[in-house]
Design a protein around this ligand. Structure first.
Ligand SMILES: Cc1cc2nc3c(=O)[nH]c(=O)nc-3n(C[C@H](O)[C@H](O)[C@H](O)COP(=O)(O)OP(=O)(O)OC[C@H]3O[C@@H](n4cnc5c(N)ncnc54)[C@H](O)[C@@H]3O)c2cc1C
Length: 435
């Protein structure tokens, strides 16, 4: 794949104005790109941040205005044209994108930042029910919030981050909440048992009913086509007046597929975020990129990943050195607990628990592979999370007992790791250091 540097007075089109799209646009300016820059935005209003939608926004603690990723004047000042519309074709041969309605834009480079869409409940007949919600956009969150205000029983299908955050918000608004999860534990795809168990206890202690390992057999409908209950394969029945489905997200790859780009559960990109066409880059939730010691292709859904890939893409397009990829991080707020994760947990790694998740409101779980730290989940300790980012980012080799021993301060481990790093030769940069 040849390196692309977009001409200084060229034309760059960014498709999708979430965190990834807005960041690559502003970062291109920061990197000195002076040409035409169009950010195609298919939603209403200014580009906005999604994380508060399942948290503060549902609670009424933040408003639509606070969600803007950047104030409107930034786009004007930086000559970023925010163009309302949906791109329905990408023609790599003619170097044009076509918007719904027929307008075409020429490009020297395109950045796909098309994100994802909620996975639908397969084989169910709930899609048209007025009290069934998914939670992805501001419009989704506004509709759900409105419905919660006049309801008393919320059923959530899916015990992942979005489902649990919405459960916590709805409970705080006074609703009776039941979470139906198909797996035998919460957050099973993204974290380990000690963290799952902690969140189960947290939600139950606030009066949320969590039902694990359940399968939905069918739904019951009432007046106006509203869903009134979910019936379960084990014969159970859970009544509701609002239903939220939060069972994950699928990448929006349809444009890339139709354009003939390499796609496999995400638009495939290299370390510089370039797709199989050297004038098209892809970043954020829609992209799959090599990551980690094994350089496996991974799609990561988080704000931090979107921002990191946006900065890489901007550097690639302007011929700047690529920023070093840091371990991605993520957060989730539920009731008073703030989970912060860094790196990518995989079920096959060794785990070390620091603190007691049964009794402590703050603890952490550390994940190692062949003795090297690859990820950490930290609950309600910003200081430990700061250390976790440095340790995981440094791919440090730490004896499990030191991590587990709460009398060994984490910042001592960080200091030891920093000293050890400074002693290794530059040629062995990727070799983990031991502390
Ligand atoms: C409710 C919710 C809560 C979240 N909470 C957290 C959190 O606490 N922490 C965290 O790190 N992450 C969180 N996330 C995930 C995080 O928001 C995303 O991973 C991140 O913002 C990446 O965004 P993106 O720009 O890649 O994609 P998106 O935010 O999905 O943006 C893509 C945009 O592209 C547009 N688009 C798609 N196709 C086209 C087209 N053909 N033409 C024009 N436009 C198009 C879409 O309409 C959309 O606006 C949350 C997500 C949601 C939905």
């Amino acid at each position: 794949m040849s390196a692309l540097q977009v001409p200084e007075h060229g034309a760059v089109v960014v498709i999708g104005a979430g965190h990834a799209g807005t960041e690559v646009a502003t970062e291109l300016r920061a990197c000195g790109y002076d040409g035409m820059l169009t950010l195609v935005h298919e939603e209403k209003g200014l580009p906005y941040a999604r994380p508060p939608l399942s948290k503060a926004f549902l609670l009424g603690a933040t408003t639509e205005v606070d969600l803007a990723i950047r104030p409107g004047n930034v786009y004007l000042e930086q000559r970023i044209e925010v163009l309302a519309g949906t791109v329905d074709a990408l023609d790599c041969g003619r170097r044009k994108v076509r918007l719904r309605g027929g307008r075409e834009l020429s490009y020297d480079a395109v950045v796909l930042a098309t994100g994802g869409q909620p996975r639908r409940l397969a084989g169910s007949d709930i899609e048209r029910a007025p009290n069934v919600h998914y939670l992805k956009t501001l419009a989704d969150a506004t509709a759900l919030k409105k419905n919660l205000r006049t309801s008393s029983k919320l059923v959530i299908v899916g015990g992942g981050y979005i489902g649990l955050e919405a459960a916590a918000a709805a409970r705080q608004l006074g609703l009776q909440v039941t979470v139906l999860e198909a797996q035998s534990r919460l957050l099973a795809r993204v974290t380990s048992e000690p963290v799952s168990d902690f969140y189960l206890r947290l939600h139950e202690s606030h009066g949320i009913e969590i039902r694990l390992a359940v399968q939905i057999a069918s739904f019951e409908f009432g007046a106006g086509g509203h869903v009134t209950a979910a019936t379960l394969a084990d014969g159970g029945r859970v009544a509701c007046d609002v239903l939220l489905v939060g069972i994950g997200q699928q990448p929006r790859t349809e444009l890339a597929e139709r354009a003939g780009l390499a796609v496999a559960e995400g638009v495939l990109v290299d370390v510089a975020c370039r797709t199989s066409d050297d004038r098209v880059l892809a970043i954020g939730d829609c992209a799959r990129q090599p990551y980690g010691a094994d350089q496996a292709m991974r799609r990561i859904e988080s704000v931090d990943n979107a921002l990191q890939q946006a900065r890489i893409a901007a550097a690639a397009l302007t011929g700047k050195p690529l920023p070093v990829r840091a371990a991605p991080w993520f957060w989730s707020n539920q009731f008073d607990a703030r989970l912060q994760s860094v790196g990518l947990y995989t079920p096959d790694c060794e785990r070390v628990v620091r603190g007691d998740p049964q009794t402590d409101s703050s603890f952490s779980v550390w994940y190692l592979k062949a003795g090297t730290l690859i990820a950490a989940d930290v609950v309600s300790s910003p200081r430990d999370f700061a250390a976790a980012r440095r340790l995981v980012g440094g791919a440090v080799s730490v004896p499990a007992w030191k991590l587990a021993d709460t009398s060994v301060p984490l910042n001592h481990l960080v200091t030891s790791a920093t000293c050890a790093k400074s002693k290794v030769l530059p040629s062995s940069k990727s070799t983990p250091v031991s502390v």
